[in-house]
Design a protein around this ligand. Structure first.
Ligand SMILES: [Zn+2]
Length: 142
């Protein structure tokens, strides 16, 4: 009795942790399957590393939306939330793959931000899914 318990009994927290650890393992490998969308994003320099008071943060400038990422671990996009963490259909979203490859190839756009600018960008991304401040700064500081 009760020995047939499987994944459906896992708490959402454990489920999430498994999603993240799969992503971490996948992105840590040397050979990655790099989707064409990730390759295009690297070419177009959409991965942005922001330096804020001695710390680094990663943003991804999408075509319409922008994302905040934690390298190898997390992305604010819906694909990551649904297909990586909840449904476990994929190992990573294309933003995380693009970031990983761009880091390895040093193909990242760098940006120095004040703490206020960083806070405003995060606020816009969380609230609107896109940051006009980030876009403006990227244009200005090319
Ligand atoms: Zn993503």
């Amino acid at each position: 009795m009760g020995k047939k318990r499987k994944h459906k009994w896992c708490s959402p927290m454990i489920h999430e942790a498994r999603g993240y650890s799969r992503t971490l393992t996948y992105l840590s490998r040397d050979s990655l399957d790099v989707p064409p969308r990730s390759k295009a994003a690297i070419r177009e320099k959409r991965v942005v590393k922001a330096h804020v008071n001695g710390r680094d943060f990663t943003f991804f400038k999408g075509k319409d939306r922008d994302y905040f990422l934690i390298r190898r671990l997390f992305c604010t996009c819906k694909d990551f939330e649904f297909n990586v963490v909840l449904r476990r259909k994929k190992l990573a979203c294309y933003h995380l793959i693009a970031t990983e490859v761009a880091e390895r190839e040093s193909a990242i756009k760098e940006l120095r931000l004040s703490a206020d600018e960083f806070y405003d960008i995060m606020y816009e991304i969380v609230l609107n899914g896109r940051s006009n401040i980030l876009r403006k700064l990227l244009l200005k500081r090319r």
